[in-house]
Design a protein around this ligand. Structure first.
Ligand SMILES: [Zn+2]
Length: 404
């Protein structure tokens, strides 16, 4: 039943959390759960109402007399700007505070042209998608980029496909135009967050593996994304395979799984066999046609990926491994090879209840993941409290100060 935390007084941010999660939906509930006095509850709820984060409803069923006023989180009380950048497709959206897409667009953008071209284009697109919504409604920005990201700084490192982005610190560039908290993570982490929250919210441990031009993974451990010390966790692409034949990887090592089993590697190996393949779609066509050499090459790639995943499964013990990315989505033989090797090579306990599933959200997981990432940050009790302090200092300040 209600827990009393009178020792540490619940803040407005904590009160918002209780209302959002449905743990307390009336002022009386809030008093019971937090141990706050009635005036203290009133003060905090008043702040949240004023900021449009909470709305009152009086249509609750009544047992007679005046119905209690219910408090609800107001998803319409603000927006977040999100973008999932990809080497081939980029998706940009404006979402409400529940993460629902209000307006979105998908287009091809040559990310290789670098941040000077790509970031202004993204910001122009957000502006168009915002329409005549007041800019004061913007609470934060969440982005996924196809590069390793030093998360705390939003700095891209050793870009997998975006060499021109190496070392770029993205948040300050965005904040010049949208002065709100800006969170940037790598594309695979946001896919993992999106698939977890959108499809497996009740599972604490999930690994999302993207097999596309490159191979990468995002890990959810104990319900949260695992970033590691700087943000490099989950970079399984540069784990070597056994007997890879000495293929030089772009990272400088040899036989990384990325260099022998990614979409790029598949195209290279099939061309070496004399196949006329320019894109993954060409490979898909050969797989559909049952071309024996192509099928064998794809199965071999699956075994290589499975070999590396088996080790990762032993370390992480996920409840589900989700396979996404255009290569995984296109090739049944690849996925069945991965499954076979992972079940054979991982330990019995790690695979006892392990599920290996295709991505259900596909590319849409990127937008969901970006929205969840930034909303978890800007609606956290700490961030809400900080923005309240600022609001009381500057009554006209309706948006949170950028983090960091
Ligand atoms: Zn490598």
């Amino acid at each position: 039943m209600p827990r009393r935390t009178a020792a540490t007084l619940a803040t407005s941010g904590e009160v918002l959390r209780l209302i959002r999660t449905g743990e307390a939906v009336t002022r009386a509930d809030l008093g019971r759960v937090t141990g706050l006095s009635r005036p203290a509850v009133q003060l905090r709820v008043g702040e949240l109402l004023e900021r449009g984060l909470v709305v009152e409803r009086t249509d609750a069923p009544s047992t007679g007399g005046r119905p209690p006023v219910r408090l609800e989180f107001n998803a319409a009380g603000g927006v977040v700007l999100v973008a999932a950048l990809g080497a081939s497709r980029t998706r940009v959206a404006v979402c409400d505070l529940a993460g629902k897409e209000l307006a979105g667009r998908e287009f091809s953008m040559d990310v290789e042209e670098g941040p000077d071209v790509a970031l202004p284009l993204l910001m122009d697109t957000w502006d168009e998608l915002l329409g005549d919504r007041p800019r004061s409604m913007i609470r934060g920005v969440g982005m996924g980029v196809p590069a390793t990201v030093e998360f705390a700084e939003g700095r891209t490192e050793s870009a997998r496909v975006m060499a021109s982005w190496t070392g770029v610190v993205i948040p300050p560039i965005i904040r010049e135009r949208f002065p709100v908290p800006v969170l940037v993570d790598n594309d695979v982490n946001v896919l993992a967050i999106g698939e977890h929250r959108g499809v497996y919210p009740d599972l604490g441990d999930l690994m999302f593996v993207k097999v596309s031009t490159r191979i990468g993974a995002g890990v959810i451990a104990g319900g949260d994304i695992l970033r590691g010390a700087l943000g490099a966790a989950g970079e399984i692409g540069h784990i070597p395979v056994l007997d890879g034949g000495g293929v030089l990887c772009r990272c400088g090592n040899t036989d990384c799984v990325d260099s022998v089993a990614s979409g790029t590697a598949l195209l290279r190996d099939l061309r070496a066999l004399g196949k006329d393949v320019k894109t993954i779609a060409d490979v898909t066509a050969l797989v559909r046609a049952g071309d024996a050499e192509t099928m064998a090459t794809v199965r071999e790639a699956g075994r290589r990926i499975g070999e590396v995943l088996a080790g990762a499964v032993n370390i992480i013990n996920p409840a589900v491994v989700v396979l996404g990315g255009d290569v995984a989505e296109a090739f049944g033989p690849l996925v069945s090879s991965i499954r076979e090797v992972v079940y054979r090579r991982s330990t019995a306990l790690a695979t006892r209840r392990l599920r290996i599933e295709p991505s259900r959200l596909g590319a849409g997981a990127g937008i969901t993941g970006c929205a969840v990432m930034v909303l978890d940050h800007v609606l956290s009790p700490e961030a809400v409290d900080e923005s309240m302090t600022l609001t009381s200092l500057r009554p006209d300040a309706l948006i949170a100060r950028p983090a960091g």
